[in-house]
Design a protein around this ligand. Sequence first.
Ligand code: BGC
Length: 335
Amino acid sequence: MRKRILAVLLVAALFFGLAACVGGSSAGSTSGEGDGPATVKVGVSIYKFDDNFMTLYRTELERYMEEDLSNDSIVYDVTVVDAKGDETEQASQVDQFIADGYDVLIVNLVNDEAAAPIIDKAKTAGIPVVFINRQPNVAGDMEIWPGYTTYVGADARQSGTYEGEIIVETDNQGDFNGDGVVSYIMIMGDEGNTDAEYRTEYSIKALTDAGLTVELLDEQRGHWQQTEGYEITAANLTKFGDKLEVVFCNNDAMALGAMEAIEAAGRVVGEDIYLVGVDALAEAVTAIEEGRMTGTVLNDHNGQSHKAADVAAELAAGGTVDTFYWVDYQKVSGD
Ligand code: BGC
């Protein structure tokens, strides 16, 4: 008999203990233990760890929440997981965060068109979601649960425009051989990705808006990866030789690959070819200082990760937020 009472007490203690820990199945709830600080569990799913820019972003996001935002009364416990470029993997990570009673989710979508199922599940569980870096790309997604879902990012049109302007601002405006035409290749990020689409379109629009005539020699997806940037550029240098005057890349990782190919082919940036990217990765900024890249555009991972964290904290505290938050890009060129 005594044994049974003990067992009942144990189960009850376990249940209430767990309930106190889990705490957050409704929007904005946090969990605390007695007088100690309340713990806010933040679940972060990154589309792919193997991405230079997102590595900087996620590292700073975690550091900022755990070190700068946490204080004596509130502690942000951040769990960051790798979706490995797999949409199904990301869906199950989100399911797990929800099952584990996380207070707020931060999601870097694998598939920009797959936000709705995530929002639907989060809404049912009452757990707000902050989307970062890859903008949900289906009209109406951000209206499913307004106030509790938001996108924090940068307006990719601006980065594209800056890339194009860097070329317009060069002495020969991208026309080395003086034939009145800027002959270029475009190395793009993932298909359907808003950043990739806008950077591709607006970089060239900046040239045509400035009255320049352009000729597209080749356009290919390098999937944000350095190795692919190398391969695409190498193949085009072999095919087009001196005719190729400008290499536009949707990001710096691909531009760094392009730079290796340009140098391997004996071409010289600034003397017979131009090369631009986006992100302002440290390696790219150094390359610009050394004259090995023409320019890049700062994709402010500090500003974006801090804004995403602030907004997540606001949501976890029970607040409502705007649908979009934009962080500015900045032009970086050798001039
Ligand atoms: C960045 C890329 C990055 C991509 C990931 C873009 O905003 O510029 O470098 O690979 O996001 O989705």
